[in-house]
Design a protein around this ligand. Structure first.
Ligand code: PLP
Length: 301
């Protein structure tokens, strides 16, 4: 049912598979969510609601201060609107969950049945998408007879790591999951993932399987802040695009890959196989053209 969003990839689609089922179960006719201007989660939500015939409203917070026209209207913002979602802009440092509840309440008074999805789709329902991903990884690893030393990925609002850790623990797997943080300081991010993982394990019927030491986050690659790719992230985007044909997104997977590349260069994975879990998502690149100089590729033959 959510094939359109799947076609483009991006980790929010796995969460939305479960969140959309809950929205339908509750009889919603409108879905509301929030994120940064170039939120990947926003456009994937809009794609899902389009395919299900639900209305979608997205609250967008300016977390970077970028005034570039493409950042504000192209990339994910263009796709939000193409999928028929309405958007509403907010300046930075707003209490977005409160704003969203206010907006949802207004629509409810007007008679709408609103299903609210937290930023990034990161709650125990959304995390179930990554519990099933952990099971898929384990099945593939077992089929291939492979041994994985570490599963590395970008972590932000946290549902991905929450689901992966919960899934691995539920199956009693020994594969460590390493999240590369994009903004939040390490102790806070680890605690957030741990708390959510405990709730997700309980929802799944495996209370108590996740221990605090199962949650590992490295926050050395976050750069200047949310949505601002550091030089190492730009380098990672170029490397993956030119050497692997894979497009990373500037906000998350670029920082995750920058961490992977740096740790590999430092010899961290010398005696083990590190697997990078690719979370997507190319759509934001159109809003970040100013971060890359591709003029050298324009040639006349
Ligand atoms: C949101 C996002 C992440 C982070 O996922 P969380 O589950 O919210 O931590 C990683 N990569 C991409 C491309 C994303 O859009």
């Amino acid at each position: 049912m959510i094939a359109p969003a799947c076609q483009r990839g991006g980790n929010k689609t796995r969460k939305l598979e479960f969140l959309m089922a809950e929205a339908l179960e509750q009889g919603a006719d409108m879905v509301m969510t929030q994120g940064a201007t170039q939120t990947n989660h926003g456009h994937q939500t809009a794609a899902c609601t389009a395919s299900l015939g639900l209305d979608c409203h997205i609250l967008l917070e300016d977390r970077t201060g970028y005034e570039n026209a493409n950042y504000n209207t192209n990339g994910n913002v263009l796709l939000d609107h193409l999928h028929g979602a309405t958007t509403q802009k907010f300046p930075g440092a707003h209490d977005m969950p409160v704003e969203m509840e206010r907006a949802a309440e207004k629509m409810r008074v007007e008679g709408r049945k609103v299903y609210v999805i937290p930023g990034g789709g990161s709650n125990p329902t959304g995390a179930l998408g990554y519990v099933s991903c952990a099971f898929e990884v384990l099945a593939q690893v077992n089929d291939a007879g492979m041994k994985i030393g570490r599963l590395v990925h970008a972590t932000g609002p946290s549902g991905t790591q929450v689901g992966l850790v919960t899934g691995m623990c539920a199956k009693n797997s020994q594969i460590p999951v390493l999240g590369i943080g994009i903004r939040t300081p390490q102790p806070k991010q680890e605690q957030k993932v741990y708390d959510q993982a405990c709730k997700t394990a309980k929802k799944l019927g495996f209370p108590g399987v996740v221990q605090r030491e199962h949650v590992m986050v490295n926050t050395d690659y976050g750069g200047e802040g949310y949505g601002i790719p550091p030089g190492s992230g730009i380098e990672a985007i170029r490397m993956f695009a030119e050497l692997e044909g894979i497009l990373l997104d500037p906000c998350y997977s670029a920082k995750g890959a920058a961490g992977l590349i740096d740790l590999a260069r430092k010899g961290e994975f010398k005696d083990e196989r590190g697997v990078f879990l690719f979370t997507g998502d190319a759509a934001a690149l159109g809003g970040y053209d100013f971060a890359f100089d591709s003029s050298g590729r324009w040639v006349t033959l």
